[in-house]
Design a protein around this ligand. Structure first.
Ligand code: FAD
Length: 667
């Protein structure tokens, strides 16, 4: 890595030149760095806005899941069969599915070898369990904090190798170079040095590099109701700005989560049958709002129980009083009626109880047997939770919430984006030398097995590293050549930053702008959608983006960080809402984890608002993928057929010969 100084806009800026920059210190980014080094490319660095920030480091769930090939027991499984499972989710490319299946064992064992505590039996078998959308038992877990352990162990590897980490550097622009044939390639990055925001000369740092591995995670900041950790914002917008295609952006996942401390309320939190309560904004007028929507108490209790297994909202599970009806009823209370919703573990639901005692005989076979086997047919929800899963109570206690004495406020929250930036089967985007990996890459389709996000992040970052280490080893250009293609782009970003910085007032508004972005997305682009709202939301986002430089007031230079994030989020939001609009215009209806208003459809249940009228997608768009490009405020869409799972020549001698002729790691 070379360090020089460049003079731009009258400022002397630091310029680093190196082969590859990895952006992001989540599980995907850290793995990319570790792998690249192992594959022989040592001229690399990690840039992160904060080493401990992001989803992987700060999230988890009841039993955070990692999906991989079956590695235990006598049950059949194969790479191809796992690829078929991933592909079956709909709108997923078969080549990506095959690679994710083929590398799943390699990536899993790498994590095992560096010390992530995945449990095995005394014969060394990694016993699996069944997760959602999984026909086998391919899932495993290192407990509620699987992804946190992954980042810790991967960071250990990165530090041991002496790989430089630029901690506290926020990427604000992706620099590109236009080739003679009109295609673009990545050229470098401009970052905001968060450790020196007050210093004009030090606040911008430039990177000149041959390759970028972009591991910035999901676009969490566009939502207000979110179970992404607070420290995750996402940076998809500046990638769109640089010309990277978006793919399957409509496919995000939503579900019930606590909001004071952000955590998925899946598994035992629901299986112990808590009370669902709503109140007025000030906490008065408490009522058990589910009661009036269920024909009998046993049905209501069964559905609460099922929410434990069936966590994400799924429009296929709405009708006939299915488990996803609960998400709609929570939304109805919070968004439509403007009330607040809580889970109360201290008392049994009154519908189905006598004198505070739950009548377990009302439960259906599945829920009754589960609680019986767990020895939990007794007491109150909190007593059952303490018996079945004490760490679930401790987790909240450690975050200053005492489930013995207080209600837990909840909402239907954004949790994961199946779609994202486009990448090919080496995870290289349409911009050459730019590799989106991890959640920012839209590898998944409509449905995906639980745990496949973590697998995809490890596989994608490994593939990108393999390709770069083999094919893209050249050093970056010298300073003058670099500046000849990027100087104007750098100047434009500095000019934007200095415009923000010139508008410092006693009362900044960056947080207010952020809140408006979040509220707009909750209204127009979360799990309840309509053409009208998507259109209105997209137009508003575009207007806000256009007026951002004029409207933004900072309370100090330290808020440059948020101002640039808002810029990124408004592009992201505009493109995502435009994608939703285009999907509905193309006949797209309810699927995945969202409901689309259909005036010809049915209401999920009598008495609910018209906006819940919906019909299910007939699957006709499941063999197609929506792609979008963004340029100068305009989104252009194309729909392509999914690639089938490749059926390659699997005769060993032939593959061996190709391998020896170096024909494998190629486009
Ligand atoms: C509550 C919850 C439960 C989940 N449970 C599961 C599960 O059980 N199984 C599963 O497979 N998946 C699960 N997921 C999803 C999974 O955890 C994430 O998809 C995955 O951790 C994302 O990893 P990543 O490395 O791609 O991104 P992240 O871990 O989010 O890392 C992104 C990194 O990029 C940095 N960054 C972002 N923008 C910039 C910028 N401009 N400049 C510099 N740095 C930047 C961030 O600070 C961070 O370091 C869950 C997610 C949530 C929210």
């Amino acid at each position: 890595m070379r360090k020089e100084s460049v003079r731009i806009n009258g400022l002397d800026l630091d310029l680093y030149s190196l082969n590859t920059v990895i952006v992001g210190s989540g599980a995907a980014g850290l793995n990319a760095a570790d792998r690249l080094y192992n594959y022989g490319q040592e001229d690399i660095a990690v840039i992160t806005e904060g080493i401990n920030m992001g989803t992987s480091r700060n999230t988890g769930s009841d039993k955070q899941t990692y999906y991989k090939l079956t590695l235990a027991g006598g049950e059949d499984d194969s790479v191809y069969e796992m690829a078929e499972t991933l592909f079956a989710g709909g709108s997923m490319d078969g080549d990506i599915a095959l690679v994710e299946a083929a590398l799943s064992a390699k990536c899993f064992y790498h994590l095992v070898d560096i010390g992530v505590p995945f449990p095995h039996n005394k014969y060394g078998e990694y016993i699996g369990y069944k997760t959602d959308h999984d026909p086998r038992q391919r899932a495993t877990s290192a407990g509620p904090l699987t992804s946190k352990y992954m980042t810790e162990k991967l960071e250990e590897q990165v530090r041991k190798k002496g790989i430089r980490i630029f901690d506290g550097y926020q990427v604000i622009g992706i620099l590109t170079n236009t080739l003679d044939n009109g295609e673009k390639e990545a050229a470098g990055l401009i970052t905001l040095n968060l450790n020196a925001l007050e210093n004009k000369e030090k606040r911008y740092v430039i990177f000149n590099c041959t390759n970028i591995i972009y591991a910035t995670g999901g676009p969490a900041g566009i939502y207000e109701r979110s179970v992404y950790p607070e420290s995750q914002t996402g940076s998809t917008g500046i990638a769109f700005e640089a010309g990277v295609l978006g793919k399957n952006l409509t496919e995000s996942q939503y579900g019930i989560a606590s909001i004071k401390f952000r955590w998925n309320l899946s598994g035992t939190y629901q299986q112990v049958l808590p009370r669902y309560v709503s109140t007025a904004k000030d906490g008065s007028d408490e009522k058990e709002f589910l009661n009036e929507y269920f024909s009998d108490p046993g049905k209501m209790l069964d559905v609460i129980f099922l929410k434990g297994y069936q966590w994400p909202f799924d429009p296929r599970k709405v009708k006939n009083q299915g488990s996803s009806l609960i998400d709609l009823l929570v939304y109805n209370e919070t968004v439509i009626k403007g009330r607040r919703v809580w889970l109360d573990f201290t008392k049994n639901p009154s519908y189905g109880s006598r004198n505070g005692e739950l009548d377990f005989s009302l439960l259906g076979e599945e829920s009754y047997r589960y609680l019986e086997k767990s020895g939990a047919l007794f007491g109150t929800p909190i007593e059952r939770l303490a018996h079945m899963n004490q760490p679930a109570i401790d987790l909240y206690k450690n975050n200053k919430i005492d489930l013995y004495n207080e209600y837990l406020e909840i909402a239907v929250c954004a949790q994961h984006n199946n779609g994202g930036l486009y990448g090919n089967h080496w995870w290289e985007s349409n911009i050459k030398h730019f590799f989106p990996v991890g959640e920012v890459n839209g590898t998944h389709g409509v449905y995906r097995p639980g745990g496949s996000a973590l697998n995809s992040g490890q596989v994608g970052s490994t593939r990108a590293a393999q390709y770069i280490a083999k094919r893209y080893t050249e050093e970056p250009p010298d300073k003058d050549a670099f500046l000849s293609s990027t100087e104007e782009q750098i100047k434009a970003k500095i000019e934007l930053g200095e415009t923000f910085a010139s508008n410092i007032g006693s009362q900044g508004n960056v947080h207010e702008i952020r809140q408006n972005i979040g509220r707009r997305m909750d209204r127009a682009g979360a799990h309840i959608r309509s053409l009208k709202n998507a259109h209105k939301g997209a137009e508003e986002a575009k207007r806000d983006l256009e007026s951002l430089r004029k409207e933004t007031i900072l309370s100090s230079a330290y808020e440059l960080r948020e101002a640039f994030q808002n810029y990124d989020l408004l592009i992201t939001q505009y493109v995502y809402l435009s994608a939703i609009k285009d999907y509905i215009k193309n006949g797209g209806r309810s699927r995945g984890s969202y409901l689309v208003y259909d005036s010809q459809g049915e209401l999920p249940i009598e008495g609910l608002d018209e906006e819940f009228r919906f019909s299910l997608c007939d699957g006709s768009l499941n063999d197609r993928i929506q792609k979008v490009s963004y340029k100068d405020g305009i989104c252009e869409f194309q729909w392509t057929g999914v690639k089938e799972i490749p059926e390659e020549d699997s005769w060993f001698e032939n593959v061996w010969n190709s391998y020896m002729r170096d024909e494998i790691i190629r486009e």
